[in-house]
Design a protein around this ligand. Structure first.
Ligand code: B16
Ligand code: MG
Length: 216
């Protein structure tokens, strides 16, 4: 039975996952790392900025102090935030607006559950800011996915039990977080083949039977 749907942001609601990849790739190149690939980027999906940096630094022998790591993460974030300047609602993935309308018409609550500290600005620029009943993001949390904290905070803000929430995720870390938190998990896009998810779909556009799947 479902009463709420919690959406991951990057790669589920919007295409910002591509912008994260470009910014990390540029940082890697500045550090002399030439082989930073989409496969490396896949391991950054859903995890925190500092954990994402470690994925980049694994590819070099160089050692960095904690201060230097913070400076590198800030540098990447500056590049990423700059690339968000031109973001608008065309970055919203196919089927998202219609799916949110469908959920609202069926009295199912909606929330965002994202590791990103840039969530508020992204929601605003893409016209998504007023579409959700609650937002939980990297600004609210102490632990990052696969810890379930970000989704448990979303459920709490909604006033809905975790067992009545469905999480939609494009990352393995996010699917694991949803299941550890006692929620249903729907894998989309890059996470489509994740075996821990309750169901998998190629895009949100194919989710319009979600109520029939999970019941209410
Ligand atoms: P920021 P999500 C995650 O967002 C991204 O997938 C991940 O690659 C990124 O490192 C993380 O946000 C933190 O983002 O640097 O903007 O705070 O997929 O959980 O919506
Ligand atoms: Mg994501």
């Amino acid at each position: 039975m479902i009463k709420a749907v919690i959406f991951d942001l990057d790669g589920v609601l919007v295409t910002t996952d591509e912008l994260h990849f470009s910014a990390w790739k540029r940082l890697a190149e500045e550090l002399g790392i030439t082989g930073f690939t989409k496969a490396d980027n896949a391991r950054q999906r859903g995890v925190s900025r500092m954990a994402s940096l470690e994925v980049v630094l694994e590819k070099t022998e160089r050692k960095f102090s904690d201060e230097e790591k913070l400076a590198l993460a800030e540098k990447k974030n500056d590049m990423y935030v700059k690339s968000l300047e031109s973001l608008d609602k065309s970055a919203v993935l196919d089927g998202v607006f219609d799916f949110i309308t469908y959920l609202r018409n069926n009295q199912i609550k909606t929330a965002v559950g994202s590791a990103s500290k840039n969530t508020p600005v992204i929601l605003k620029k893409t016209n998504l800011a007023d579409k959700f009943d609650a937002v939980s993001c990297g600004l609210d949390t102490q632990k990052s996915k696969p810890d379930p904290e970000v989704f448990l905070i979303a459920a709490k803000k909604l006033g809905i039990e975790p067992s009545e929430c469905v999480v939609i995720e494009d990352s393995d870390a996010g699917i694991e977080a949803a299941k550890t938190g006692g929620m249903y998990a729907v894998a989309v896009g890059e996470a489509e083949h994740n075996k821990k998810a309750d169901i998998s779909v190629s895009s949100i556009g194919s989710l319009n039977r979600i109520i029939e799947v999970f019941g209410r």
